[in-house]
Design a protein around this ligand. Structure first.
Ligand SMILES: NC(=O)c1ccc[n+]([C@@H]2O[C@H](COP(=O)([O-])OP(=O)(O)OC[C@H]3O[C@@H](n4cnc5c(N)ncnc54)[C@H](O)[C@@H]3O)[C@@H](O)[C@H]2O)c1
Length: 350
């Protein structure tokens, strides 16, 4: 049994080792499985829209949930202008804790883990919502999340043709470089119009702190599934309302998505379906080959909980962590002050 002061800590370096030990696509499949399992026991979780602190530059959010045995939360930011200054748009870390005694059992980086769990959740949703046999995906926004989305859609749906577009050609070049040699049929497109041509699935994963129109009403053809990832804050959306009006809409946790998702542009009673209902068979996913479906992804705490518990379990086989001296552990639990006093450095005698 580890000492009570110690909490396993997964650094970025160790997360990269862990993901490579498992395999990137295998990790995406495993995360999608964990999200599906947790969404299927939806009622077991304490749920709340995330707690967001907005500023003109971005947002900092806390995302807590608990299944009564284990508690998890993620700290995450979203600052679309960060990349210009050499920083990530999205960074994150998270904690898993034992509800029985309140002690943390894991603290981990979650910037990589967020990209993985977001892509895994997108692909999980698309498995129920995209037309069977979908092969081609338009990927609009070729930043930090993009390659993860591509690999998840291949691992879970067999998507092997990608049509890439970003307003910044350097982002597309980076994406092309990273995906070259991985077996995709890759096409660089000069515009969103060009990228969506012939695509079965359209993923929008752009960063812009406004109600942007990445996909106008005339760009979404019959039968297309839209995986809308980048619109995830009040006043930050990607789809024209006309696209939403024509589509069957699927969300993670409705109370949060009403605030943050594409559907903030619609009437508060516009019908939407929570994804967990589709996964458990309570509600239908796609009804026919002509229907337009939208997964209005914002990212929900249970996905992070699923990712955190997956990492916790993987550490048993792949011990890529450090022991962090995080929790005060006096010999007598009530003698916290005595512990501090005993640690006083000896006074220097002149
Ligand atoms: N739903 C979720 O769970 C979830 C999780 C993580 C990130 N996100 C969101 O996904 C988005 C992308 O995140 P990231 O980490 O990849 O950001 P990033 O800054 O690394 O990349 C965003 C890319 O979008 C491009 N872009 C901006 N406007 C565009 C436009 N009009 N057309 C085409 N491309 C455009 C930028 O040039 C940039 O390359 C962010 O908005 C982030 O908040 C959502």
């Amino acid at each position: 049994m580890p000492a009570l002061n110690i909490v396993p800590f997964v650094s970025v370096d160790n997360m990269m080792r862990l993901v490579h030990a498992v395999g990137i696509e295998a990790m995406l499949v495993r995360l999608a499985g964990a999200v599906a399992e947790d969404f299927s026991r939806w009622d077991a979780f304490h749920k709340t829209p995330r707690i967001a602190a907005h500023s003109p530059e971005g947002v900092i959010e806390l995302m807590p949930t608990s299944d009564g045995h284990t508690y998890g939360f993620k700290y995450v930011n979203g600052h679309p202008k960060n990349a210009a200054g050499g920083r990530q748009t999205v960074t994150a870390f998270g904690v898993l804790a034992d509800v029985g005694n309140g002690y943390p059992v894991l603290i981990t980086e979650m910037t990589l883990l967020t990209a993985l769990r977001t892509a895994a959740t997108s692909a999980l949703a698309a498995k129920s919502l995209a037309r069977p046999g979908s092969r081609t995906m338009a990927l609009i926004g070729n930043g930090a999340q993009a390659e993860f989305q591509a690999l998840a859609f291949r691992a879970l749906l067999g998507i092997d043709a990608l049509r890439l577009h970003d307003i910044d050609p350097a982002a597309t070049r980076k994406c092309l470089r990273n995906l070259a040699g991985l077996g995709f049929d890759l096409t660089v497109c000069a515009s969103t119009e060009e990228a969506v041509r012939g695509a079965d699935i359209v993923t929008t994963v752009t960063a812009d702190k406004r109600n942007a129109v990445i996909l106008g009403g005339n760009l979404v053809g019959e039968g297309v599934h839209v995986n809308a990832v980048g619109g995830d804050c009040p006043g930050k959306t990607e789809l024209a309302p006309e696209v939403l009006a024509r589509a069957a809409l699927f969300v993670e946790y409705e109370p949060q998505t009403r605030i943050e998702g594409e559907i903030q542009q619609l009437a508060p009673d516009h019908p939407v379906t929570e994804l967990w209902r589709v996964l458990t068979g309570e509600a239908p996913g796609r009804r026919d080959a002509r229907q337009v479906t939208v997964f209005d992804s914002v990212g929900f705490a249970i996905e992070d909980f699923s990712a955190l518990r997956t990492v916790r379990d993987l550490l048993a086989e792949h011990p890529y962590y450090e022991n962090l001296d995080l929790l005060a552990d006096p010999d007598d639990p009530r003698d916290l002050f005595g512990m501090l006093q005993r640690a006083r450095p000896p006074r220097l005698v002149a």
